[in-house]
Design a protein around this ligand. Structure first.
Ligand SMILES: Cc1cc2nc3c(=O)[nH]c(=O)nc-3n(C[C@H](O)[C@H](O)[C@H](O)COP(=O)(O)OP(=O)(O)OC[C@H]3O[C@@H](n4cnc5c(N)ncnc54)[C@H](O)[C@@H]3O)c2cc1C
Length: 503
């Protein structure tokens, strides 16, 4: 056991983002306490989809098979109009460049339950449920967090940093005086989850219904579970719209009252928001506390997982004295533009999908027919400025090759910096740099073409350095490029070997 008032990180909020932060910090050997005000995990879902990048992060928690066991790949995504004409049809059933399916469906409690299990078995980290954070203060040396247990006991916990993953209504964000910027228009939606038995539903896994009479969404989830979402329109009676008869009506008969058993029906305001500041002193906002996207591309949770994946390895290096605290400033500079891209893109898509005006819908339909690719799921952007350098190859998510024996490369590399290089380039490196690469416990160097050619080809480079979060630190074409990049790996820059003799 560790002393509870002296941990590296306090994580406020035990939702999917907070618990993933705990799991990542535990894997890196750090101590952390998570605070969750609710005693029990939410038994119902909000997120139902994640992408291959998120699955890659979960893979890194070492129980990929268990995560995959509770998910299904999403085979097709369609956008359909009022007249049920398919405007966009995107087949999505393929392994993407992250070595997992690009689109994966799941029941959120299954995934959250697995992450909690990992936290429970990780030494050094714990999630305290039924404990509310009531005050967070950033001090010169760290943070102080006051907590309130269910029995009324108050405590003060101290840590080096706090991650506020306390959701869209984040009290921590409010208390720190951080405002949010609004993207797009807010809209009220009814979300219905449940089991559909002895009824066909739709064959397509995900359909966005761009119906001007009532925009809607259909999703097939593992087992007999399905999700439908319906935008509320003028004239809806909030009490009537949730009745089984109303759900049957607004689903156009797809969820018959006698075949569909809902396990919850909830109204949500779909909104786009970005917090203006993501770091204040030693407190970092993450997940919905930092950004909220209308869930059209199913990216809200994915963005939150990217946040903590970005933060965890940086906190690890700073905590070990290998990197300066300023590395943590790159969290906001890298992640905020990336998350903003997704919030803005989803908010723009929502304008088109959510119109209730038949004439506007007609123009939108014509555009989608002519440019289906422009309405499909966009490609994820590079990070904003931060800890990566060079041309446009840097700051992008690296691919994950699957080796001839079926091994996914991350399972071989672990959570380290990865240096991949053409042998001819590597052989020209100064002896001291090669020695540093061999000795450095934070870096894995791979030269075998069978393992690395896909990365070099995809990056169009002869040498690539990849960060522990799988984003590219930099790419180059010469030994000088590679040497420059290797010198930036914090553990190597920090090591005494480089200061003695690099030639
Ligand atoms: C209808 C809907 C569908 C969605 N679909 C998708 C999707 O398909 N894919 C996707 O990627 N995203 C989706 N999203 C978004 C996704 O659900 C969220 O981005 C994600 O759940 C945010 O997780 P979080 O951990 O940041 O916040 P939350 O899940 O809100 O967790 C915050 C936690 O903090 C706790 N807390 C709050 N204050 C305190 C305090 N003071 N002390 C202690 N604990 C506290 C809360 O109890 C809560 O458990 C969807 C959202 C909605 C509404």
């Amino acid at each position: 056991m560790f002393v509870s008032t002296d941990v590296d990180v306090i994580v406020i909020g035990g939702g999917p983002v907070g618990t993933t932060a705990l799991a990542l910090l535990g894997r890196a050997g750090h101590t952390a306490i998570g605070l969750e005000k609710d005693r029990e995990m939410w038994p119902t879902a909000r997120a139902v989809h994640f992408d291959g990048e998120t699955m890659r992060t979960l893979q890194g928690l070492a129980v990929a098979d268990r995560f995959i066991g509770v998910t299904i790949p999403m085979k097709h995504v369609d956008i359909v109009n009022e007249a049920d004409e398919v405007l966009v049809h995107a087949p999505t059933d393929r392994l993407g460049d992250q070595a997992w399916n690009d689109h994966i469906s799941f029941h959120q409690p299954d995934i959250e339950g697995l992450v909690r299990e990992i936290v429970e078995t990780s030494p050094g980290v714990e999630l305290r449920c039924g404990v509310t954070a009531t005050r967070v203060e950033s001090t010169d040396t760290g943070v102080e967090v006051t907590t309130l247990d269910e029995d009324g006991t108050e405590r003060t916990l101290r840590a080096r940093w706090a991650i506020a993953a306390d959701g869209a209504r984040s009290e921590v964000r409010r208390a720190l005086g951080i405002e949010t910027d609004k993207y797009g228009e807010d809209a009220q939606w009814l979300v219905v989850d449940g089991q559909l038995v002895d009824a066909p539903g739709y064959e397509t896994d995900m359909i966005q219904f761009a119906r001007y009479s009532r925009p809607a969404l259909w999703l097939r989830l593992p087992g007999s579970r399905v999700r439908m979402e319906f935008m509320l329109v003028p004239g809806d009676d909030p009490d009537e719209i949730v009745t089984p008869a109303a759900v049957e009506r607004i689903s156009r008969g797809i969820l018959p009252a006698d075949k569909f058993t809902p396990d919850r029906q909830a109204m949500y305001t779909f909104r786009g928001r970005i917090a203006r500041q993501w770091r204040k002193g030693n407190v970092f906002l993450a997940g919905d506390a930092a950004h909220q996207a209308p869930p059209l591309f199913g990216q809200g949770l994915c963005a939150g997982i990217r946040d903590v994946e970005n933060l965890a390895w940086k906190m690890d290096l700073v905590a070990r004295g290998i990197a300066d605290d300023s590395l943590l400033d790159t969290y906001e500079s890298e992640r905020k533009p990336h998350a903003t891209f997704w919030v803005e893109t989803a908010a723009n898509q929502a304008v088109g999908i959510q119109t209730l005006d038949p004439r506007v819908a007609e123009g939108r339909d014509a555009f989608m027919r002519a440019h289906p690719e422009a309405s499909a799921v966009p490609t994820s952007p590079p990070l904003g400025p931060g800890f990566h350098e060079g041309d446009e190859r840097a700051g992008r998510l690296s691919i994950q090759p699957i080796l001839a024996d079926g091994t996914r490369l991350d399972d071989m590399v672990g959570h380290h910096f990865l240096v991949v290089a053409d042998r001819s380039i590597y052989s020209e490196l100064p002896a001291g740099i090669k020695a540093a690469l061999v000795e450095d416990g934070d870096t894995v160097t791979l030269l075998d073409p069978l393992k690395i050619d896909q990365i070099l080809d995809a990056t169009k480079a002869k040498a690539v350095v990849v960060r522990p979060d799988h984003y590219i630190l930099g790419a180059g074409d010469t030994a000088a490029d590679l040497e420059r990049l290797v010198r930036q790996i914090p553990s190597i820059a920090h090591a005494a070997t480089l200061t003695v003799d690099t030639h």
